[in-house]
Design a protein around this ligand. Structure first.
Ligand SMILES: [Zn+2]
Length: 103
């Protein structure tokens, strides 16, 4: 089980977007990466085509390694280390290592 899920609020802990928060758009479990809305934007230059006679620049979120993002605890309102806790019904939930909030 991954610490981060789709639609999670996460915080970037290193790199040029360090300290910024965003929402997880897509998870790529096979290479432990995720795209986060508005973060790690890369610009791609598109070749001139009939649709874009001048060419175009496309801004797109590039996947970030999961070890560079942390889930944001709703109570701490910051990226936190999480553990996992087993609920009575057998489901797993995350627990904030800072304030013990489950989320
Ligand atoms: Zn917390």
């Amino acid at each position: 089980m991954f610490r981060v899920k789709r639609n999670d609020q996460v915080m970037v802990i290193s790199g040029k977007d360090r300290g910024k928060k965003g929402k997880v758009l897509t998870l790529f479990p096979e290479n432990s990466r995720a795209t986060v809305e508005g973060l790690n934007i890369v610009k791609r230059h598109l070749k001139k085509s009939q649709a874009n006679p001048q060419g175009a620049i496309l801004s797109k979120e590039a996947p970030l390694p999961l070890d560079r993002i942390l889930p944001v605890c709703p109570r701490c309102n910051r990226g936190v280390r999480v553990g996992f806790k087993l609920l009575p019904d057998g489901a797993k939930t995350r627990i904030c290592r800072r304030c013990q909030e489950t989320f």
